[in-house]
Design a protein around this ligand. Sequence first.
Ligand SMILES: Nc1ccn([C@@H]2O[C@H](COP(=O)(O)O)[C@@H](O)[C@H]2O)c(=O)n1
Length: 599
Amino acid sequence: AQPSAPAPISAPLRDLHFGQLNFLHTTDTHGWLAGHLQEPSYSADWGDYISFAERLREKIEGNGQDLLVIDTGDRVEGNGLYDSSEPKGVYLSEILRHQHIDVITSGNHELYKQNTSESEFLHTVPDFKGKYLASNIDIHHPETGELVPLAQRFRKFTTKVQGIRIVAFGFLFDFTGNYNNTVVQRVEDTIKGEWFQEAIRDKEVDLFLVAGHVPAHSTEWRAVYEEIRRTRWDIPIQFFSGHQHIRDYAKYDSQAVALASGRFMETIGFMSIDGLSTEKGLRKQSQPTFKRRYIDNNLFSFYHHTNLNETNFHTEKGRKVSKQINKSRTTLGLDRVHGCAPKDLWMSRVPYPHPDSVYTWLETEVLAETLQDGASVERPSVAILNSGAIRFDIFKGPFTQDTMWTISPFTNGFRRVKDVPYEKVQLIMEILNKQTKVLFTLQDAVTEPSLLPLAGPEQVARSEEIVPEDDGLLEGGLFSNKGPSGQMPLVPSDFDSELLPGYTTKDDEGDDGDDTIHAPISFYKTPNCIQALVSADKSRVPERVDLVYIEFVQPYLALAAKFAGLDVDFVKESEVFMPSVTLTDLILKWVKNHWQCES
Ligand SMILES: Nc1ccn([C@@H]2O[C@H](COP(=O)(O)O)[C@@H](O)[C@H]2O)c(=O)n1
């Protein structure tokens, strides 16, 4: 772990159930390879994960079984270790490549920008040569311009110990927001292609391994499942999933399951399968059995599952990578303190517009003040921001260079349409927050890219709120106990039992998937968009305003405006507002002005 990471707290654990074939899985790490430096439950770093995989491999192979390591994309954007360098990602890719990964795929974040996908093609794909799979992604070659596969389409391999014959694929969901140097083929079309049809007809196969940046419960996986089952009704299929930032497990049939392993290096997914055939012979049981576990990414869990301790767990390579992360963080100045947050600000642990909601803070304090600079004096402005623009909570205490990127990694700027009726803006807000489904019907599905949700992935994936009987809101704040760093959000509050608050996952297999037994954390739905009135006189309801908005929401605004009867061509009639200023810049400026640290 990193020197400043809090020590993990002991907690009751469920064991791993090792099997004939075992897997470790990460997804949506978004640059968090240093682990969480303010949360003991997730404080292990990529170096510790390397030690964990190495130690488990020794143990598993010693028992005559096999271990495979999988990563399903969105490794970039969302943490200073990736975003703070110039060019972005140079330190991260040097750290990432030290893990032995058997199947690795791309997420949508690897394709938003030209330089990110080119860096995948030129660095990450060669770093994981033969293991990086891109079943449905092509890229225009950075030098020749020729359209070529981002990486090989599939791989066939045999496991080291038992000779289990695996045909593996690597997909990305039907993403349309990629920069135009890449082409993402719809999964449903890819699987009709000749190479895929040939691959699934391979007679010498014991398991189909379908990895991808695709939700566990999704139309894309359903299509792949049905396509394979059409010709191969009896070959087990193991899917590995990502994108929704949740822990999830889907059962397609008794021999086909999907595991999704969360986000931000909070979770190491574990799967085991028993009863597979091998190149040496038929399977010993009529049906294979599957077991899943979501491991909290901390050393307490790692020591327990390897049956080792701090003196004998760490491998030389693991230690080296932890040091490399520390050195990179120091070079990048990620611990530089810009201010000190006076309290925790939550994305979904309190209902909006609670005073401890990060969205309330943005609306009433940050945007209302910082957008004043560029705003016109003729009339007030209304600023609209999508809630998905914020990616993580803010914890009480130092607000560092790293915090800045964890909460706001996107580089979107703002645009403005001048002089529109205020009541139309309010109607648009209502449509954006309550009627988004109607917007999709206004879209031309053939010519226009499908829209990414305005809210963040966790909000989209989870439809139900979790409101513990007493969520502590009346007690004057959540999780008020402080740990060694003075800021440990995942420690029991006085209303809770002995258990640490954390993941309490419910999936297709039940509620016993998490390795650590936790008390639940409250989860509230957030609005898709928030708005801030930027005005010298907030007591008066304005008649006309300038509409300022973060670029990401423009396609939604255009559709909602049509619906609201506001005749504006957002592409032609909007202008850049505060050139080169991003949301991240505004937040940082506000923090520096308001959150001085007490010396
Ligand atoms: N420029 C952007 C890009 C994305 N978002 C938000 O993130 C969501 C997608 O996140 P994934 O990690 O699942 O890819 C997207 O739906 C938006 O809410 C954004 O705000 N700005």
